[in-house]
Ligand binder design. Structure first.
Ligand SMILES: C[S@@+](CC[C@H](N)C(=O)[O-])C[C@H]1O[C@@H](n2cnc3c(N)ncnc32)[C@H](O)[C@@H]1O
Length: 191
């Protein structure tokens, strides 16, 4: 719903913002069924690597099924928690999280784990939904919040940009749809 018909556009923009180059390694947090794998793979090429992490057995099963059907050798899926992903520290060039951090319990911790998994200078892009930020759309927020709480895993009140700032410092943010969709990009320091 939050995409208001512009899902393809936002997903494309988010992956473009990652600015991947051939041969890079990308960690995707909350990869779901792997619907970003194809685009990520196009960006890193056959010499790059994609590691998708998801906590759900059903999602990881579907994602592995997709990899098998496509015959991708450089895409891997691990079942695990975004708050302590089963990957080595400082090993990934980039990390990507699409519509997943707002569904994670304790996203601050997940963001800290992303920072740990990145190599110095590595970057992260987050595509996610939040409450409307602009009048008159903000009038809908009191209606959306209880629906989200009772019927979905989405926690719209979470301030992902503030959490990213606390961990990474500078964050570039672009918002769409009256502020309800954000694409945020940050970089781990080189030290
Ligand atoms: C709304 S789906 C988004 C899936 C995919 N990234 C996309 O863009 O379509 C959110 C995903 O986050 C996963 N997730 C939620 N909490 C998680 C956690 N603590 N660790 C890892 N994955 C988690 C869910 O299993 C689900 O697949």
């Amino acid at each position: 719903m939050a995409f208001l018909g512009r899902e393809k556009e936002f997903r494309h923009l988010a992956i473009e913002t990652l600015d991947l180059t051939p041969g890079e390694s990308v960690l995707e947090i909350g990869c779901g069924t792997g619907n970003s794998f194809e685009s990520l793979r196009q960006s890193v090429g056959p010499d790059g690597t994609i590691v998708g992490i998801d906590a759900s057995r059903g999602m990881t099963h579907a994602a592995r099924d997709r990899i098998r059907r496509k015959g991708w050798q450089n895409v891997h899926v691990l079942r695990g928690d975004a708050r302590r992903p089963p990957v080595s520290d400082g090993t990934h060039d980039a990390a990507y999280a699409a519509m997943s951090l707002s569904a994670v319990t304790d996203p601050e911790r997940a963001i800290r784990s992303i920072e740990t998994a990145l190599r110095p200078g590595g970057r992260v892009v987050v595509l996610d939904a939040q409450l409307f930020q602009r009048i008159p759309w903000t009038l809908l927020n009191p209606i959306i919040t209880p629906i989200a709480e009772s019927a979905t895993n989405w926690v719209p009140q979470v301030d992902l940009v503030a959490a990213l700032r606390r961990e990474f410092g500078t964050v570039d943010v672009t918002t769409f749809n009256a502020g309800s969709i954000l694409v945020a990009c940050a970089r781990k320091s080189h030290r």
